[in-house]
Design a protein around this ligand. Structure first.
Ligand code: IMP
Ligand code: MG
Length: 187
């Protein structure tokens, strides 16, 4: 019988360590709290994490936001199978109607081509939200990503395919605690 092996051996190198992530997430939480807590009106604050890549990021971030808030989720598919290139973003379910008129903070793992966040922003605009902001843990330093509006960015990284801290390759490697680059032959 084959035994489970560690996914650590598939890593070429660590790009952002878990300590660097923790420090930066705290800074982002402070910045976001200051801004969202100064919003006026009766609207609620709703976090809208994009599944599945943002699952660890939102869990860490939201526990450092002290204000009253709700969370809803959306699922966007942008990769088919083993491709590392975006195939265009597609919304799996409708955005919950309950966020109409609310202040929405969209949360995602990485800004790459920008098609995911552009899709979500236009859906939110059509739905009619009170305000929207987006918060990305990572942004690739490529023209399409840098030209996409985004209020909060954790780290700017080079144009490489990364995994860990929620980011996957073909569904795997999300459980790595650091942001890593895989070896060329990993799968
Ligand atoms: P965009 O729509 O091209 O901006 O891509 C955003 C989505 O693609 C993210 O939510 C990720 O799910 C995925 N993605 C983009 N680059 C990477 C990467 O380097 N590693 C893992 N997933 C990625
Ligand atoms: Mg994603």
């Amino acid at each position: 019988m084959q035994r489970a092996r560690s996914i650590r051996q598939d890593i070429d190198r660590i790009l952002v360590t878990q300590q660097q992530i923790a420090d930066r997430v705290s800074e982002m939480a402070n910045e976001i709290s200051a801004e969202l807590m100064s919003l006026e009106g009766d609207s609620e604050i709703v976090l809208l994490p994009i599944m599945t890549g943002s699952v660890i990021f939102v869990a860490d971030l939201m526990r450092q936001l002290p204000m009253r808030l709700r969370i809803d989720v959306v699922t966007v598919s942008s990769y088919t199978g083993l491709s590392k290139k975006s195939q265009g973003a597609r919304l799996r379910d409708k955005i919950p109607e309950s966020i109409r008129g609310q202040h929405v903070l969209v949360i995602d793992d990485i800004l790459d081509s920008g098609s995911t966040i552009r899709l979500i922003r236009s859906e939110l605009e059509n739905l009619g939200v009170r305000s929207m902001r987006s918060c990305m843990l990572l942004r690739k330093t490529i023209p399409s990503a840098m030209a996409t509006p985004c209020e909060y960015v954790g780290f700017d990284i080079p144009d490489e395919f990364v995994v860990g801290y929620g980011l996957d390759y073909n569904g795997y490697y999300r459980n790595l605690p650091d942001i890593c680059v895989l070896k060329a032959d990993a799968h």
